[in-house]
Design a protein around this ligand. Structure first.
Ligand code: SF4
Ligand code: SF4
Length: 375
């Protein structure tokens, strides 16, 4: 079996260096990653550092997983390793230094350089893409080899977040809300994610699912440990596989459905190497946005016309819990439609113009935003 098709799976009980490093070695050996390595290779690791949150919570990629990968790279002669990410908020030195510190990334130095180049360049997309170009952070464009190390989560807007979704973090800072504004519906946003993923095209993707997130991800959910590390060259099929492990129907996750229909993900090729899939996995809780999505109970052929007709009645909106809001303004900063203001140290939401992207919920550090249906 070609290693391009393999899905490596390793059981890891908890975040301990002595457990994670051997698991990473076995997974990368199974995929024969060593054959790609050269001492002059410039490698970028793209983690998920969506917000400044301690690694004790299942919000960001755990530093011990990155540390184990960096150690493996060092032992294969690679020294030029940079960690590069554009988080959910600003993309500048002050903001990212805080993210690195709080997320435990400082422990990776000096083996891993923490990116401090906050420039970006425009790259053209393939012919036929709806996006003609993307503006992408420079270190990712300058890398010879990209290793995508994401966190497994349910997600309020996309339903699921793994390898494909993690690559949205190559778009610099507050340009991300602009893309949400350009592609507000899930079909177009998912197509954009797939076009971006093909443009970045990481050579290796590792999913940190030792602890994962269920419910109102990507930041407001709760812990659901799977005790697994997943690694693959083919991250499209890997997302199909990982969503299944969470008890989700991958074909109901729009980006995965489109990946299958366009031939990027090939579920028939899934061949698991390493540890066996654990028995008795419990299904992940879905986000409130999906739990309240009545259209998902309809047969496929009715969904589109229904969605159009009932959009106004059944549309989801953010709802504020005033007692939890501290008026920090992170929701307003990330709102692509500029419908949030801060008044008397509390967020105020206008419904008119809201595109239900839930960037505000994603960026709220206080979990003060929940989902409400218009009806
Ligand atoms: S809702 Fe959350 S992000 Fe917005 S101001 Fe309040 S605490 Fe900050
Ligand atoms: S209010 Fe929240 S859900 Fe509505 S457009 Fe702004 S960020 Fe998106």
């Amino acid at each position: 079996m070609e290693d391009i098709m393999l899905q490596a799976l390793q059981y890891v009980q908890e975040y301990k260096e002595e457990l994670i490093y051997p698991a990473v070695c076995k997974a990368l050996d199974a995929l024969d990653i060593a054959k790609d390595m050269r001492p002059d290779l410039k490698i970028v690791i793209k983690p998920n550092l969506i917000m400044a949150k301690s690694p004790d919570f299942p919000v960001t990629t755990h530093p011990l997983v990155i540390k184990a990968v960096a150690r493996w790279l060092n032992e294969h002669g690679v020294k030029d390793i940079t960690l590069a990410e554009s988080s959910g908020g600003l993309y500048n030195a002050e903001y990212m230094k805080n993210i690195y510190r709080v997320c435990g990334m400082r422990d990776l130095e000096p083996e891993v350089k923490l990116n401090m180049d906050f420039s970006a360049r425009t790259v053209n997309c393939k012919d036929g893409f709806a996006n003609h170009s993307f503006h992408i952070i420079t270190p990712v464009l300058d890398a010879d080899y990209v290793i995508n190390i994401c966190k497994l989560k349910t997600h309020s807007m996309t339903g699921y977040s793994g390898g494909i979704k993690n690559l949205f973090g190559v778009i610099p800072g507050l340009e991300k809300p602009q893309i949400h504004y350009r592609w507000p519906d899930i079909e177009n946003f998912s197509r954009m994610l797939l076009e971006l993923a093909q443009t970045v095209s990481p050579q290796l993707t590792i999913i940190d699912a030792i602890d994962a997130m269920e419910g109102n991800g990507p930041t407001g959910g709760t812990s659901h440990p799977l005790h697994l590390l997943l690694a693959a060259r083919d991250f499209y099929t890997q997302d199909y596989f990982a969503a299944g492990l969470m008890g989700l129907d991958p074909m109901k996750i729009e980006m995965i459905r489109q990946a299958v229909e366009t031939g990027l993900a090939i579920p028939d090729t899934i061949t698991v190497v390493g540890d066996a899939i654990p028995e008795g996995l419990t299904p992940f809780q879905v986000p409130d946005t999906k739990r309240l999505d009545f259209s998902s109970f309809l047969p496929g052929f009715l969904r589109k016309p229904f969605a159009k007709a009932a959009n106004l009645l059944f549309k989801s909106y953010p709802q504020l819990n005033k007692d939890l809001c501290v008026g920090c303004g992170k929701c307003a900063e990330s709102c692509p439609s500029h419908v949030i203001t801060i008044k008397d140290k509390k967020a105020v939401f206008k419904r008119k113009g809201c595109i239900s992207c839930f960037c505000c919920q994603e960026m709220c550090p206080m979990k003060a935003i929940s989902v409400k249906k218009a009806l």
